[in-house]
Design a protein around this ligand. Structure first.
Ligand SMILES: NC(=O)c1ccc[n+]([C@@H]2O[C@H](COP(=O)([O-])OP(=O)(O)OC[C@H]3O[C@@H](n4cnc5c(N)ncnc54)[C@H](OP(=O)(O)O)[C@@H]3O)[C@@H](O)[C@H]2O)c1
Length: 353
């Protein structure tokens, strides 16, 4: 089967360092072109991605092209699918333009910033039913998550009681898209989307209510967003289970996830951005805090795994995981709206069933 031709819109750091090398190494696709608003930046970005790929022993058969505009890339018939790592403010507009150009779309996280944007993108996507639109919350494709979720489903930690998530990094750089309101910056959109998605994935259910607190800087960017999500009690359970999460773009780098059940606990040291060469794994503890399982670190490139799954779905040889589909991240967007609403009104917000 012909490999899927990928085009990348924007010489973003995540593209140069992680996703373009992953696309070059994917068995189901090939990188056709990188587009920037500036040709020299596209050429430099391509050179950097090729060097990253070479460090991993990946050498594409054909050198990808550099394009000096996004329009040029969208007009290229060799490009079947577009990977879109633009600032959050640009996601929906360019996703729609890619669909109009007949391209499948893999959109960086968060695919949309709000429920309103989700409706806009859903309306556009419904006009192109043969084109796939997917979100790049790629952590879910790492096998450490399959292992942890299997432990939960197999009852290894009993009934779920709480999930605790912390995710932070420090940046004051005013040019960073995360520190600019107009580019869709802030902790909620950059990090909170991971915490919401992970909580929903772990519980395998939707929360019934949410309470959030946000701290904004003078530029109107939320530098810290925290929330508590309540999941209704299962039959026979004494109380509701909860996810507590804290995200911060002005605190030292940190990411951790703890899943506590009645009979045990799962700990993940790098739940969201595993480092390929180091490997990562969840660790299982028993009810008394005793170590039960500490598996060998799992080395996998979740960016390649997601690209392969996307390509197979486009080619009709596989399916997207439901969480990557547009209906699911429209729900994610409603959670983000609820976070803002709760923080603004300083109260609990009920979530739609
Ligand atoms: N899945 C993950 O693990 C992961 C990790 C990091 C980031 N991300 C997501 O990926 C996206 C990009 O993040 P990043 O840190 O890689 O961003 P970045 O380095 O700042 O790159 C964003 C790119 O967008 C283009 N762009 C178009 N309009 C722009 C504007 N008005 N202002 C600034 N740049 C503009 C620029 O490309 P040209 O100048 O070349 O046109 C720029 O290089 C975000 O949505 C982020 O949430 C995902």
């Amino acid at each position: 089967m012909e490999k899927l031709g990928w085009g990348v819109l924007g010489s973003a750091r995540i593209a140069r360092k992680k996703v373009m090398p992953a696309l070059m190494g994917a068995s189901t696709g090939r990188l056709v072109a990188l587009a920037s608003r500036d040709l020299a930046r596209a050429e430099a970005g391509l050179a950097e991605a090729l060097a990253e790929a070479a460090q991993r022993g990946i050498y594409p058969d054909q050198r990808p092209m550099a394009c000096g505009s996004y329009e040029e890339l969208l007009a290229n018939p060799q490009v079947d699918a577009v990977y879109l790592p633009l600032p959050n403010s640009e996601h929906v507009a360019w996703a729609i333009r890619a669909l109009e150009a007949g391209k499948h779309v893999l959109l960086e996280k968060p695919g949309v910033k709000s429920g309103e944007e989700a409706l806009q993108l859903q309306a556009a996507a419904s006009r192109y039913p043969k084109l796939l639109v997917s979100e790049g919350l790629m952590f879910r494709h790492h096998p450490q998550w399959d292992l942890a979720l299997n432990w939960i489903r197999d009852g290894r930690i009993g009934a779920l009681r709480s999930v605790q998530i912390q995710f932070s990094f420090y940046s004051e750089d005013p040019t960073n898209i995360r520190n600019r309101k107009e580019t869709g910056g802030g902790a909620l959109l950059d990090l909170g989307c991971y915490a919401i998605a992970a909580s929903r994935l772990i519980f395998g259910a939707e929360a019934s209510a949410l309470r959030a607190v946000q701290t904004f800087n003078q530029a109107g960017v939320d530098v810290q967003t925290r929330a508590e999500m309540r999941f209704d009690p299962l039959a026979g359970a004494e109380a509701a289970s909860r996810a507590f999460w804290s995200t911060d773009i002005r605190a030292a780098y940190f990411q951790r996830l703890d899943i506590s059940g009645t009979e045990g606990r799962i700990f993940m040291e790098r739940p969201f951005s595993p480092v390929f060469h180091e490997g990562v794994r969840p660790v299982l503890f028993g009810q008394a805090g005793n170590l039960v399982l500490d598996p060998e670190p799992l080395r996998a490139d979740h960016f390649t795994l997601q690209a392969d799954r996307f390509s197979l779905a486009v080619q009709g040889r596989g399916l997207l995981v439901p969480e990557d589909g547009l209906p699911d991240w429209a729900i994610q967007a409603h959670y983000m709206d609820a976070v803002r609403q709760s923080a603004n009104a300083d109260t609990w917000v009920a979530l739609l069933p």
